[in-house]
Write a protein that binds this ligand. Structure first.
Ligand SMILES: Nc1ncnc2c1ncn2[C@@H]1O[C@H](COP(=O)(O)OP(=O)(O)O)[C@@H](O)[C@H]1O
Ligand SMILES: [Mg+2]
Length: 226
């Protein structure tokens, strides 16, 4: 039977700005089962990143229920949230967020630094992740010696190195040309076929339409049936 991995019930995230509230997310309900590939689309400011940050436990909701892998994150303290974040979620961002002075290999190793894993094993795991994204031959390159698409592949390797079950990609192709964007989408499709649950935020309908499941956000709400 399908297993719920992400569950949101009437989730709101309001920001107090001056003396009024910005309703970044305004009552979102959603269930995503293990192994799904979902795209999130919507104009700038519609709440896409807010939703990703809540699912990834980088932020907490103003109200509503959030469950990750069946476990409610409501009322968890920072240590507990960090645990979920590190164990279950891999993040990929538009601007790659790589360490500029470090090699691809060292960048991919960073999530493993505090897990009590030996340097030798860390290196092996990072090499394997780089192999999965097709960059085994670029391990020693620094970010400025890589193309945009290759930088994003390094960031994806970093996101999968600790083997999380959920990948949250927030406009991962936003800084890439169309062809490279589709290659990155193809990589996410492969990672999904290997069993990972993927949420892919994009402005690009030709990318979003590749996903079986598509969610459209507008003003902090989901449009239409989900
Ligand atoms: N830290 C914040 N403080 C105040 N308002 C914010 C903050 N973060 C986001 N917002 C507002 O919340 C809304 C949704 O933002 P966001 O989730 O980043 O949208 P998207 O990713 O779809 O572009 C926007 O109106 C934005 O200005
Ligand atoms: Mg955003």
């Amino acid at each position: 039977m399908a297993k719920s991995i992400i569950y949101l019930d009437n989730v709101k995230r309001y920001y107090l700005v001056g003396d009024y509230f910005v309703k970044a997310l305004d009552g979102v309900s959603l269930n995503i089962n293990e192994g799904e590939f979902t795209s999130i689309m919507g104009p700038s400011g519609s709440g896409k990143s807010t939703m990703m940050n809540l699912i990834g436990c980088l932020d907490t909701a103003t109200s509503g229920i959030i469950k990750i892998d069946g476990e409610s994150t409501n009322g968890m303290n920072e240590t507990e949230l960090a645990y979920i974040r590190n164990k279950k979620v891999g993040f990929i961002f538009q601007q790659f967020n790589l360490l500029g002075k470090q090699s691809a290999l060292k960048n991919v190793e960073t999530p493993l630094l505090y897990g009590g894993i030996s340097p030798k094993l860390r290196k092996e795991m990072a090499m394997e992740a780089l192999d999965v994204v097709g960059l085994a031959d670029r391990m020693k390159h620094r970010p400025n010696e890589l193309s945009g698409g290759q930088k994003q592949r390094v960031a994806i390797a970093r996101a999968i190195v600790s083997n999380p079950s959920i990948l949250l990609a927030d406009e991962p192709t936003g800084a890439l040309d169309t062809k490279t964007g589709h290659q990155i989408m193809e990589l996410f499709e492969t990672l999904n076929a290997q069993g990972r649950t993927v949420i892919f935020v994009t402005h690009d309908l030709s990318l979003g339409n590749r996903c079986r499941r598509q969610i459209h956000l507008r003003d902090g709400k989901i449009l239409g049936a989900i």
